[in-house]
Design a protein around this ligand. Sequence first.
Ligand SMILES: [Zn+2]
Length: 256
Amino acid sequence: MKIAKRARRKPNKVPTKESRNIKTEHRESNLPAVEKYKTCSICRNIPSSAAEFWKGGELQGDGLPGAERALKVVGSPYYNDSTSHTNSCIKRCPECGTIYQWEIEYEYLVNGSEDYITLTRLSEAEGEKAVQRVLKEVKRAKKKFRDDAQAHLQALDQLANQKQIQKAADYFYHHQLVYKEDISFAVPALTKALEKHSHTAPKCDVGRSLFWVLLEFADNDETHKQQLLDLLQAVDPNKNPPEVQELIQYCKQTQK
Ligand SMILES: [Zn+2]
């Protein structure tokens, strides 16, 4: 996932868009009487609401407090704090568990984009509600991944047309890489498809797509290498596309 990198320069101007602050201010009144964030070494350095304004890649004013960087995105990697587009997520303090709402409004302008980031501390009740909402959404997305995988597994098993096999390989590659999904359940079908997709050309597109998803799988976890080796070594030597040997070699060389 692309995260916009911008040079942090010396602040020279205080944010001027006060109007956008209004929507975050009302939440302060909902905070309980005794708050754990007050004694937390991270949260006590974060105000109840803070903002950061970027214009043409330059920070205007002081920006968010440095302690904000210690907060963890809830529901990652399905949620993130990428600043390359309009985005929102909730963040949790790793020390005291206080929840914050993080938002960015990204506006592309010809003479330099404008980003307005806000961070608002939520009350315990609001935070709990927000966490539940995020966890529910992550659960839904994970279920969708497994549900949609079925059609791709079928395409691999039936060795459908090349386009469908490639689509299946890309599907598992993407979810493994971006969403850190465990694709163990699809690896036998991916290996079988590579075996059945008999070819000798070293630059076969389908062969390469299957190669990359299996290589990424092997790299993710030490136990995956042996799991993949067992499958690859059972491949019929008469139907042995070059990628199989390449993967066997890779797993053996990198195995600890
Ligand atoms: Zn805290």
